[in-house]
Design a protein around this ligand. Structure first.
Ligand code: GDG
Length: 462
């Protein structure tokens, strides 16, 4: 079995339970074959030289964790700048929030080159490399330029935008061309593959060879959808564990006469949280029977607080929630509970199970794992209803959810009302189908199918 080498911006110890689904899934492969996980250490060296960083190695079971420090200048240009002020907003269709500052691209390239330079000596001939996400798009091209011949796959966790939006990035051609240095490109959804295809055909003058194979700039690559899943068994076990059951009981007691609606997201503008809260206000305005009853719990965990747009959305949300509670609240009922903190993972399934409606309404999302977690946490005998944005990658798989357009405030409110009134039989039938699909295409399936595709990929002679 070839050794697996995973490269991502951040690295997690796969043995630690807090590491999350991706770390667990990738960690499992790494443990089996005795792999290497390479990424940024999380340390920023003030006044450190650019394009340089100390390498740390740490053995975690059979997995070698290799991490690099970054200088302040590199970190700010590569991570805050190009990754999170250019690629993240544009790939989520938010050109208005992009900041195409000229200095960012230099840092992005520098750090990708630094990663390649430090990784190369650690590689063995028969290694298989799996690069993750938008921070590292040009990594394979940099590695190839340094002579790396191993198979390299790439998985994009966020959406790929339509050709015309992509073309707004000054370096779009360089980015897309870099993707052709991989053997396999994995996207979350078929729609992302279609966007890739349109770009290749129309912008790059390339061709589609069929069977997900594409040719452009003299190279051939496979690009397919591999929708990421969750670790269903792990999440079910978490749902049955004491912390989750206690959480469930507490919520059920406290809200015995009320209907709970739940949103759990990182506080990110792509997640559509203000739009969701406005739809909830519309629900109270148009369906007054929900007053004193429907309660929205919105957990918005802090994230990327040193990027400006994140401060703006925080202020918007605080004032929106305050206004709804002021307008509709009663002494014994507050319509919105907004929590700007991380909730312990072991409690998440209990919260999900207590909620009659799971609100997963991003404006744009690669997949959205909360949608899948919400379904898995439900009691199959009396399940809640998932209200899901059609703009989440998950919408391609989870057709039995109630799909909404989160920009349509009134339409979303009507759908939430439909969810609150859905008869038990229908809830059960929808939940059964959703759970089945989430179980079939779980995170282990995702990892296996991607790595299989990478193993089977024809080597590009061109
Ligand atoms: C990217 C893509 C894609 C959230 N708040 C809390 C908390 N969470 C957990 C959720 C879930 C995870 O974080 C979030 O995953 P998502 O998929 O929803 O979103 P992103 O973080 O944006 O992830 C996304 C994903 O990569 C995987 O490819 O699906 O489209 O954007 O597991 O439960 N967990 C805890 N407390 C919180 O407050 N413990």
């Amino acid at each position: 079995m070839p050794r697996l080498v995973v490269i991502s911006n951040r690295v997690a110890d796969p043995r630690k339970p807090a590491a999350g689904g991706l770390a667990v899934a990738v960690g499992e492969s790494l443990q089996q074959s005795g792999g290497l996980w390479f990424g940024w250490s999380g340390t920023i060296v003030e006044d450190g030289p650019t394009g340089e960083g100390e390498l740390h190695k740490h053995q975690a079971g059979k997995v070698m964790l290799a991490t690099l420090d970054l200088s302040r200048e590199d970190h700010d240009a590569y991570y805050l700048g190009y990754s999170n002020n250019v690629l993240w907003p544009v790939f989520h269709d938010r050109l208005d929030l992009a900041n195409f500052e000229a200095g960012y691209i230099g840092g992005y390239r520098r750090v990708n080159q630094l990663f390649a330079r430090k990784l190369l000596p650690l590689l063995r001939d028969d290694d298989i490399l799996w690069v993750h996400d938008y921070h590292l798009i040009p990594l394979a091209a940099e590695l190839r330029a340094m002579g790396c011949r191993q198979r390299i796959g790439f998985f994009l966790h966020i959406p790929l935008p339509p050709q015309i939006i992509m073309a707004a990035i000054p370096q779009h051609e360089w980015l897309m061309r870099s993707l052709f240095a991989y053997d396999v490109i994995g996207f979350q959804a078929n729609q992302d593959v279609q966007h890739f295809e349109r770009y290749v055909l129309n912008e790059a003058n390339g061709e589609s060879l069929g069977h997900d194979m594409f040719r452009a700039w003299g190279n051939t690559v496979r690009a397919s959808a591999f929708p990421i899943g969750i670790d269903v068994d792990e999440f079910e076990a978490l749902t049955q564990a004491k912390d989750a059951r206690d959480m469930y009981t507490t919520m059920k007691d406290e809200y015995s006469k009320r209907r709970l609606l739940l949103g759990i997201d990182r506080l990110d503008y792509s997640k559509g949280i203000p739009q969701r809260v406005r739809a909830f206000r519309e629900l109270l305005a148009h369906y007054p029977e929900n007053r004193r009853s429907a309660t929205l719990i919105q957990i918005a965990s802090p994230t990327r607080e040193d990027v400006n747009a994140y401060g703006d959305i925080r202020r918007e949300l605080e004032s929106l929630c305050g206004a709804i509670n002021g307008d509709y609240g009663e002494l014994d009922w507050m319509p919105v509970r907004y929590i700007h903190r991380m909730v312990a993972r072991k409690r998440v399934p209990g919260l999900c199970r207590a909620a009659a409606v799971g609100l997963v309404t991003p404006l744009r999302d690669g997949m959205n794992l909360v949608a899948k977690e919400y379904v898995v946490a439900q009691d199959p005998e009396d399940p809640g209803v998932l209200v899901l944005s059609r703009f989440a990658g998950a919408a391609e798989q989870l057709k039995e959810a109630l799909l909404v357009n989160p920009y349509d405030t009134h339409g979303t409110a009507e759908t939430v009302q439909q969810a609150l009134q859905m008869p038990l039989e229908e809830r059960r039938a929808r939940h059964k189908k959703l759970l089945q699909r989430i179980r079939e295409q779980d995170v282990h399936w995702w990892r296996k199918t991607f790595l299989q595709a990478l193993n089977d990929a024809p080597r590009d002679a061109g």
